[in-house]
Design a protein around this ligand. Structure first.
Ligand SMILES: Cc1ncc(COP(=O)(O)O)c(C=O)c1O
Length: 394
């Protein structure tokens, strides 16, 4: 694991005065991804696919190469890799295609632990088609989503189950393999939102068995883009809204226009970075810092850690509150000493109230990334202790 101690050298945006805990909303970019995107744009290959000339052939090769690295990263058939601008955009495209085969009497199961990009598209689809969304409730005392909470809502009317791979609010990791198996047994399809999971744990879609898996490369040291894996047979059976010349089979059915090739070059490099370093190693490395962070926060009087109080089965992301101070004011005070955290609901809109938080104000969120050091954690803890001691302004 030695090579992870100098991993920061791979992140040109990181040396500087800030301790960065804002990774769950977007990480800094690894050097190889920055260079791959720039190299692509300098190369003269910036054309479009399926043409007769060499630059076009290079575009075809780029798609193939990036799909293959994503396939390796996620343990999935590269033929199902759909490249879009974001996971939210991909989910809107997917649900719009699914909607055409759904109607009254059909049900979708979503969860209160999910980011809204895996809830709102289903709600909109259900509203338009007269279908019903049933919300599985996570356990508010633990921040965890029991398998039964989802499976109990699955029945003969269930067509789709939409569940997070890891909460972007409190990091917990539901047993999506068990949920998928139960949903499939009932004849339903499953979408796993893997956006918060992918940077922190090994993913194996083959073992997971889900039908759709979403991820966003800007959460794992790459460019702003969303990659959605759709099981190739399902992909070809959907009825997407698409322009007439777009292909009738494969990922091009769900890609709205030409993807960002420079983005694909960066995605490929970022995926290779994760594969080279190894997600088992990343998980172990991050867990050490996460344990220090959690332990340190527990020791500060006046701080309440929200949701789970241990590091088992979760991504290294947590939320906390400081007594008597709004999450926004805590984030501002931390920013004053160059520690970056997020406050608010972070789009996990259904999760805040059950966690005992204000629906809008939420809590302070801090996430460990691969480049987070022990010194960063120490800085955050010292800064939070200082915030606690400050008088409440009126
Ligand atoms: C768990 C989770 N799902 C989905 C998204 C949405 O990703 P995108 O910004 O690519 O639409 C996010 C972004 O924060 C997220 O954390």
């Amino acid at each position: 694991m030695g090579h992870l101690h100098d991993i920061r050298d791979r992140f040109p945006g990181i040396p500087g005065d800030w301790a960065r805990f804002d990774g769950p909303a977007g990480t800094q970019v690894v050097d190889s991804a920055i260079e791959a995107a720039a190299d692509w744009q300098r190369s003269g290959d910036n054309a479009n696919t399926h043409g007769a000339f060499t630059a076009s052939t290079a575009c075809d090769a780029l798609v193939e190469r990036t799909s293959a690295s994503m396939g390796r990263l996620l343990g999935a058939d590269p033929a199902g890799m759909v490249f879009g601008s974001s996971t939210t955009a991909n989910m809107m495209a997917l649900t719009r295609a699914i909607a055409r085969d759904l109607g009254p009497g059909d049900e979708v199961v979503c969860t209160t632990l999910d980011h809204d990009s895996n809830v709102a598209p289903w709600l909109l689809m259900a509203r338009d088609m007269g279908a019903k969304v049933r919300m599985a409730q996570f356990d508010a005392s633990t921040g965890r989503l029991p398998v039964e909470a989802v499976v109990d809502l699955v029945g003969p009317a269930t067509r789709w189950v939409a569940v997070t791979g890891s909460s972007n609010a409190v990091g917990t990791i539901p047993d999506t393999a068990a949920i998928t198996a139960a949903a499939h047994a009932a004849g339903a399809r499953v979408v796993v939102d893997g956006v918060h999971l992918t940077p922190h744990q090994p993913v194996d879609i083959g073992a997971l068995g889900c039908d759709v898996f979403t991820t966003s490369s800007y959460k794992w040291y790459g460019p702003h883009a969303g990659i959605m894996w759709v099981e190739p047979g399902l992909l070809d059976s959907l009825s997407p809204y698409k322009v007439r010349p777009a292909p009738d089979t494969g990922p091009g059915r769900l890609q709205y226009g030409t993807p960002s090739w420079e983005g694909l070059a960066g995605i490929d490099a970022a995926a290779c970075f994760l594969l080279d370093v190894g997600l088992e190693e990343i998980a172990a490395h991050e867990a050490k810092r996460f344990a220090c962070l959690l332990d340190g926060l527990h020791k500060i009087d006046g701080v309440r850690v929200v949701g789970p109080q241990d590091i088992a089965d979760r991504a290294p992301t947590l939320m906390f509150e400081v007594e008597g101070k709004s999450p926004a004011s805590v984030a501002e005070m931390l920013a004053d000493v160059q520690v970056s955290v997020w406050d608010g609901h972070n789009y996990a809109v259904e999760a805040m109230v059950p966690l005992g938080l204000d629906a809008e104000d939420g809590a302070v969120r801090a996430g460990i990334s691969v480049y987070t050091t022990d010194q960063d954690v120490e800085r955050l803890l010292v800064a939070v202790a200082d915030v606690v001691d400050r008088p409440v302004s009126v």
